[in-house]
Design a protein around this ligand. Structure first.
Ligand code: 8YV
Length: 328
């Protein structure tokens, strides 16, 4: 029997390609070109599975043009690059990579918080520019992390990881807001208290965004929300671009409406709003919160597992729209 044909839409670890090649006839984007939707459609012809990353959009247009497609395995926990409604209607399975990146991403969220609140990149640029000629009492004086109030918007697995780090490692008071409240035992484990979004914005010394992107969370943090935050506050976004209004954030930072920000994800990335590039009190990183070698390898292998299990007739480990499997 011939092997199913799949497409790997971005460059990934050679050992994961080798693994996939044992099960599939694989075409892969070894040049790691950023394909347009039309190019993606062209490469998908004759393929029944695709290995995607967050930069590959799968929507009704792609599905219509690729009727043989049965599964899209995303190497990401977030799947806002998928139109899940259209995929379910077309009987195409979506899978993601939860759990394997939780701790790594929570580590990075904390690193970004520390870097922004303690003005690390701003002070490093100063030093590299040869401007450091003397000690002064208030040179790059920032805000404390330990003992402060940590706010978390979006309390899924990564949010809980950040809460644990804050409460157990840094003695922070942790408050959170989420679509649904955690059950009491999980709240106790994370030492986190549920508050309204208003209270979160008004009382957090540091606010970390870890909620999924959806039309409802678009610009969840805009000018009005930034105006409610403390002037000493830090904002960290490791969730998705588009959750923060980047132009409003740049204004708030420039006018010291909030003290600092750490931003890993951007609306329209890899483009970055030009105003963010010119404000000093923001740490900017290129969407690398899950980027450690072991975690990226685990993510790639989990996406591969989803493809392998699906085509072996078994239940893939992390389906997003499992209703599709019921109809097999
Ligand atoms: C990925 C991410 O690096 O998992 C996610 O949702 O944002 C990142 O870990 C990115 O989406 C590439 O697929």
């Amino acid at each position: 029997m011939s092997k199913p044909r799949i497409l790997v839409a971005r460059e990934i670890f050679p050992e994961v390609i080798a693994r996939l090649e044992k099960h599939f006839e694989v075409e892969y984007n070894s040049a790691d070109e950023a394909w347009s939707p039309a190019q993606l459609i062209a490469h998908l012809q004759g393929k029944s599975g695709v290995f995607t990353t967050g930069s590959n959009r799968i929507d009704a247009e792609v599905l219509k043009a690729c009727p043989e497609l049965k599964i899209c395995a995303n190497m990401a926990v977030g799947y806002n690059n998928f139109d899940i409604g259209a995929m379910t209607a077309a009987g195409v399975l979506a899978t993601n990579t939860p759990d394997v990146l939780t701790e790594t991403t929570a580590d990075f969220g904390f690193a970004l918080l520390m870097a922004a609140a303690r003005r690390m990149t701003e002070s490093e640029h100063y030093l590299r520019a040869g401007k450091w000629t003397k000690w002064s009492f208030d040179m790059f004086a920032g805000s404390d992390i330990h003992g402060s109030t940590l706010g978390i918007l979006g309390m899924g697995r990564i949010g809980q990881g950040i809460a644990r780090r804050g409460a157990l490692g840094f003695g922070m008071k942790v408050i959170y807001h989420n679509r649904s409240r955690l059950d009491a035992s999980l709240e106790a484990e994370c030492k986190a208290s549920y508050v309204s979004k208003k209270e979160l914005l008004e009382t957090a010394d540091h606010l970390v965004l870890v909620l999924p992107y959806s039309p409802e969370s678009h610009h969840a943090i805009g000018a009005a929300e930034l105006a409610m935050m403390k002037p000493t506050a830090t904002l960290v976004n490791i969730a998705r671009g588009g959750i923060v209004d980047d132009a409003a954030l740049a204004r708030a930072l420039r006018h010291k409406q909030i003290a600092a920000a750490g931003i890993d994800v951007f609306e329209g990335e890899p483009s970055v709003h030009p105003d963010l590039l010119t404000v000093p009190n923001v740490v900017l990183t290129p969407h690398i919160a899950s980027a450690t070698v072991p975690t990226r390898l685990a993510m790639a292998n989990l996406a591969a597992d989803n493809l392998i299990e699906f085509f072996s007739g078994r239940t893939p480990p992390s389906p997003v729209n499992p209703a599709v499997l019921a109809g097999r």
